[in-house]
Design a binder for this molecule. Structure first.
Ligand code: SF4
Length: 181
């Protein structure tokens, strides 16, 4: 008579095996090592700097490596008023960043032009670059920026890790042309 032996869970074998998707791993790495490009254009940039200080400590989210070279950054944080004079520069720097890249519009000015309804001010940086997260406030507090960066992490986690270089959904609105710049 044969004897039946129940096969038990063997942690020595199964405990060292992790099954996942490539997308999940790549996005997990990406979202915990965002390298911001601090595009400080006006007063909001002071709050952006505060977010990097010890009190708010953006390094808790793996984002303390701020880079002023677009080649070494993957998230542009536009903090401040975007004048037409600077808009062309912002656009050029964005184009110099490698894919995948993201943009955060920090504050009322970067999001909509803010109180500057004037001939000299772009009415929202999303007219020239695609924005992933908008932060309200004039200025937003550092906590609001950190909240936006956490939202960006969530968004990165849901993306396909293999992004096409030319993604039509991420193009700015048609009126983006720097007319009058
Ligand atoms: S939103 Fe307010 S604080 Fe920020 S750049 Fe504009 S005026 Fe300055």
């Amino acid at each position: 008579m044969s004897e039946r032996t129940e096969i038990a869970y063997d942690s020595k074998v199964e405990g060292e095996v992790i099954v996942t998707r490539a997308d999940a791993v790549i996005n997990w790495i990406r979202k915990h090592s965002v390298w911001p490009m601090p595009m400080g254009l006006a007063c909001c940039a002071i709050e952006l700097m505060a977010a990097g200080g010890s009190r708010f400590d953006i390094s808790r989210f793996g984002m303390e490596v701020m880079r002023f070279s677009p080649r070494q950054a993957d998230c542009m944080i536009v903090a401040g008023t975007v004048t037409y004079k600077m808009a062309e520069v912002v656009r050029r720097i964005y184009e110099q960043m490698a894919e995948p890249r993201w943009v955060v519009a920090m504050g009322a000015c970067a999001s909509t032009g803010g109180m500057y309804r004037s001939y000299a001010v772009l009415q929202g940086v999303d007219r020239i670059v695609p924005v992933d997260v908008y932060v309200s406030g004039c200025p937003p507090r550092p906590e609001a920026l950190l909240d936006a960066m956490i939202k960006l992490q969530d968004k990165i986690g849901r993306e396909s890790s293999v992004k096409t270089l030319i993604d039509s959904n991420r193009r700015p609105r048609p009126e983006a042309a720097l007319v009058g710049a």
